[in-house]
Design a protein around this ligand. Structure first.
Ligand code: URP
Ligand code: ZN
Ligand code: ZN
Length: 459
């Protein structure tokens, strides 16, 4: 099958040029001016951009959390991702406590195999960092699972102590893997949260009040310094606060290989959303939404490359029946927000249409940097030889985000009623059109597990 995408403007992280794209089978074969060869299909991209399929390196399909499961399956979640211009996700396979990393991976392969609609990879969540896992980490890096998430939060569930984190980092210095850190001071947060509940604050706002931004700043600096001592790179996930950004910025100014992502919720939503009684449960995630004045700092972090990536931390729980588990005690609200479908358009809207970043920086943040940092060597670029994961993107189209029209399997949207500029007209996954004109043309099971290479660090 040969497809020609004609007349569009190709936007890559390092260039923006009007040219045609020829796709043969699963790959891009030629970029050229006025390509004129026999093809099976021509897609007219006049007036539109042709961008590499977006890559969301932080999702949680069917994550068990707080006595329930994140609602999207690999089928519903990856289909929704595709509608939003995302053609690859990396999800987190959770090590059962007392078990091995491989057991977690086996479970996640079962969840994804035959169901995913777009390509996917896995990170491991290390819930129980023991010495016998260290050689297993080496093997997994060789097998294409190159990244491991550890936590300084969620005591009794995911938290690792500093010694365990240091050991994992030393191992990654040796095997070329990358440690991803959820950096908040969980034990201290629990003290503040218990105090708030004892004094009668049980509504969702308590979640935001207990998890001080200073606790995120402290933990971020701590894990960066542990990585420095271990001689390892480190990647901070879902960075939400000015204090944490300052720690990353200071480390990068020293030349350390410290990297970080933020998420749309921290750029567009705020602590105020956690108010309004129990409705605020729709916005409970960790780290929590911050006061609105943190948002400009995060945008600056993206402009100056102190933040390299925006991913979603997509972890959807219905308001009815799931978030409601925490009525009367905010500590019992399952943590996480939906967003895998909305990321690309939100970042285009707030970033490019909002005059903060260039089209190329937008592509870098949502696709190219995630590909390079997470070893997806055939993705993230519109170029000959790369996978034909492509989006014909309309930077002028406006639409309104709503739970009544989104494709994620969750009963609310954090962005209900928000109008955004930018939308994916045609989405190709390895050469096959899977979304066109708002219609689903893909197939569950067509997504492939991608063995990833070791990270190649930017700059
Ligand atoms: O609230 C969140 N972020 N839920 C998902 C789990 C995690 O910590 O990433
Ligand atoms: Zn986390
Ligand atoms: Zn997460």
């Amino acid at each position: 099958m040969r497809t020609l995408i004609k007349g569009g403007t190709i936007v890559n992280a390092d260039s923006m040029v009007r040219a045609d794209v020829l796709v043969d089978g699963e790959r891009i074969t030629t970029i050229g001016l006025q390509i004129d060869v026999p093809v099976d299909r021509t897609i007219d991209a006049t007036g539109k951009w042709v961008i590499p399929g977006a890559i969301d390196i932080h999702t949680h399909m069917e994550l068990p959390f707080g006595g329930t499961f994140a609602k999207d399956t690999f089928e519903t979640g990856t289909r929704a991702a595709a509608f939003g211009g995302t053609t690859t996700i990396i999800d987190f396979a959770v090590q059962p406590r007392g078990g091995t990393l491989r057991q977690g991976l086996d479970t996640w392969h079962e969840k994804a195999d035959g169901k995913a609609c777009i390509d996917y990879g896995f990170h491991c969540i290390v819930s129980d960092m023991r010495d016998d896992l260290l050689p297993e980490m080496d093997r997994l890096v060789d097998e294409g699972v190159t990244t491991f998430k550890l936590f300084t939060a969620y005591p009794g569930v995911f938290l690792s102590d500093d010694g365990a984190i240091f050991k994992a980092m030393k191992q990654s210095a040796h095997n070329g893997g990358l440690i991803m850190m959820h950096a908040e001071n969980g034990p201290v947060i629990d003290v503040v949260a218990a105090d708030l509940v004892a004094r009668g604050t049980t509504d969702p706002i308590g979640h935001g009040l207990a998890r001080y931004s200073i606790f995120e700043g402290e933990a971020t600096n701590r894990v960066i310094r542990l990585a420095q001592a271990a001689g390892a790179p480190v990647y901070i996930v879902h960075l939400s606060a000015r204090e944490a950004l300052n720690a990353v910025r200071a480390a990068r100014d020293e030349g350390l290989p410290a990297f970080a992502e933020t998420c749309p919720q921290y750029l567009f939503l705020s602590l105020d959303d956690l108010g309004h009684g129990f409705e605020g449960a729709k916005f409970v995630c960790s780290p929590p939404l911050r006061p609105a004045d943190h948002q400009d700092e995060l945008w600056k972090g993206l402009v100056h490359d102190d933040l390299q990536v925006v991913s979603t931390d997509h972890c959807p729980f219905d308001f009815h029946g799931q978030k409601e588990l925490g009525r009367g005690d905010f500590r019992k609200i399952p943590n996480g927000l939906p967003g895998v479908e909305d990321r690309v358009d939100l970042i285009h809207d707030g970033g490019v249409a909002g005059g903060r970043i260039t089209p190329s920086r937008f592509v870098e943040i949502v696709s190219t940097a995630p590909a390079r940092l997470f070893g997806l060597t055939r993705k993230g670029v519109v170029g000959a030889g790369f996978d034909a994961d492509l989006v014909v993107y309309d930077p002028a189209r406006r639409h309104t985000i709503s739970a009544s029209t989104h494709h994620m399997d969750v009963d609310y949207s954090c962005y209900e009623g928000r109008e955004v500029q930018g939308g994916s007209d045609v989405v190709l996954s390895r050469g096959k059109v899977i979304v066109e004109g708002g219609q689903w043309l893909g197939k569950a099971g067509d997504g492939r597990f991608i063995k990833r290479e070791r990270s190649s660090f930017l700059r």
